[in-house]
Design a protein around this ligand. Structure first.
Ligand code: FAD
Length: 413
């Protein structure tokens, strides 16, 4: 039976949820605080649809490695301790998740969801002719600067993920732009994809508008959620009260601000940065997506621009551009791909990954009978959006979900 669903948040997760719901015959109202969709963390992210590289950040050995990073001037990680209970709680839970066994089971949950996401996006592209967001299946090459990290990574390569171990020469043969990169080797995964997340959001919104079954309330911030007896009744938009039947919370890293009694949302923003470097005919930009493993920096060609993304800053809700961090990224990008684009005209951006301590998002029913969650996708929101939207639509439509929900359902978080 068709449901009336209200979604808070017009990022890639809220929009993919709306798209899957409308596709399944439901009616949607999508509320977005900004004047346009996809304008917060979904705006200029790395663009990688990284379906096979989903292992969470929290892993055995990471706390020790993090201490080493924090002592370095060119660290990919920055921590500004604050008098903020939310920050300390999140970090304590993160440390608790830094165990090999926990990482392995969470990686398995994410891999299931990522695989569903790849299939779902393929269906939307093929069945609905959804295009116009610079999608390509370009493959991903993870490159290593040190023999030790390369050897460690190659020992984990699996046939299941169709990965290939490449020497430095093979890397340069596959991706000529890498010729002077300073790498000892790499691991190539051919089925990975790339696209423009912001353009994807806009295309979803256009299709939703055209469907006649989705109403957008843009430039409207939900200020509170009204509830009684375990049921959500309405959302407040300042002075206006909008009654709701089913409500989806997909407000990214701000979701916890709308917290309700009994609803634990272990979210914290992990800030990162990107550069969008224009590519002209004279430039030599990589076509394959590159992850520079030892520097924790990623490169993806999206249309006529090179998207460079990096850094994890644990600094609270502070979305300002940090000139020092961006200068470091630009320097490293120039060292690796000096001829890839017009760095002088690179557009700088900062965004906040909506991160759970375990790296696994919360998707599905909450303790409120008609409140659904689709949030906490951290560093993988674009990758996981289509599958997460599909799962949510199935759950709201009371269908059997396409994949086992173990580890993904909020109550189990
Ligand atoms: C530097 C960087 C690089 C990244 N690279 C990649 C990558 O290569 N691949 C990948 O898969 N992922 C990547 N990510 C992660 C990805 O961008 C995020 O996981 C994803 O954008 C999160 O989407 P979202 O819809 O949950 O959040 P958002 O995009 O932030 O959307 C939430 C929306 O909710 C709205 N909102 C919030 N509060 C309210 C309210 N009270 N009322 C109404 N609206 C509200 C906000 O305005 C916002 O538009 C990267 C992130 C960063 C920062």
């Amino acid at each position: 039976m068709a449901k009336r669903v209200c979604i808070i948040g017009g990022g890639v997760i809220g929009l993919a949820s709306a798209y899957a719901l409308v596709r399944a015959g439901h009616e949607v109202t999508l509320i977005e605080a900004r004047d346009s969709v996809g304008s917060e963390t979904s705006f200029a992210n790395g663009g990688q649809l990284s379906y096979r590289y989903v292992a969470p950040l929290a892993d055995a050995g990471v706390p020790l490695q993090a201490i080493g990073w924090l002592l370095r001037g060119d660290s990919p990680l920055r921590l500004r301790p604050r008098l903020d209970l939310q920050q300390w709680r999140w970090m304590a839970a993160f440390l608790g998740a830094c165990r090999g066994s926990v990482n392995k089971s969470n990686a398995a949950h994410l891999l299931r969801l990522a695989s569903l996401s790849q299939d779902t996006l393929q269906r939307w592209r093929e069945d609905d002719h959804l295009d116009g967001f610079d999608w390509r299946r370009n493959g991903k090459l993870v490159t290593f600067r040190h023999s030790a990290t390369f050897e460690q990574a190659r020992s984990k390569v699996t046939d299941i993920l169709q990965q290939q171990v490449l020497s430095a020469v093979d890397c340069a043969r596959l991706e000529p732009a890498l010729a002077d990169g300073g790498f000892v080797g790499g691991i190539y995964t051919p089925n990975e994809e790339v696209a423009d997340c912001h353009a994807f959001c806009r295309r979803l919104a256009e299709r939703l508008e055209a469907s006649g079954r989705c109403r957008f309330l843009l430039g409207r911030r939900v200020t509170a959620i009204r509830h009684a007896n375990g049921v959500v009744r309405a959302v407040e938009l300042g002075d206006e009260v909008l009654p709701v039947e089913q409500l989806v919370l997909a407000a990214g890293h701000r979701s916890a601000e709308l917290g309700l009694p009994g609803l634990a949302l272990p979210l914290y923003p992990l800030k990162g940065y990107s550069l969008s470097v224009p590519i002209g005919p004279q430039h030599r930009a990589p076509s394959v997506s590159i992850t520079d493993y030892d520097r924790k920096i990623v490169y993806a060609r999206i249309g006529e621009q090179l998207r460079v993304a990096a850094m994890v800053d644990i600094v609270g809700f502070d979305a300002r551009l940090e000139p020092k961090r961006l200068a470091l990224m630009k320097r490293q990008a120039l060292e690796t791909f000096p001829l890839a684009g017009d760095y002088a005209h690179a557009v700088e951006w900062a965004g906040m990954r909506p991160a759970t301590p375990t790296g696994v998002p919360l998707i599905g029913a909450s303790v409120y009978s008609n409140l659904w969650l689709n949030l906490g996708h951290g560093a993988l929101g674009f990758t996981l959006a289509s599958g997460s939207g599909q799962l949510l639509a199935e759950l709201i439509g009371q269908q059997v979900p396409s994949i086992d929900m173990q580890g993904l359902a909020p109550r189990a978080a």
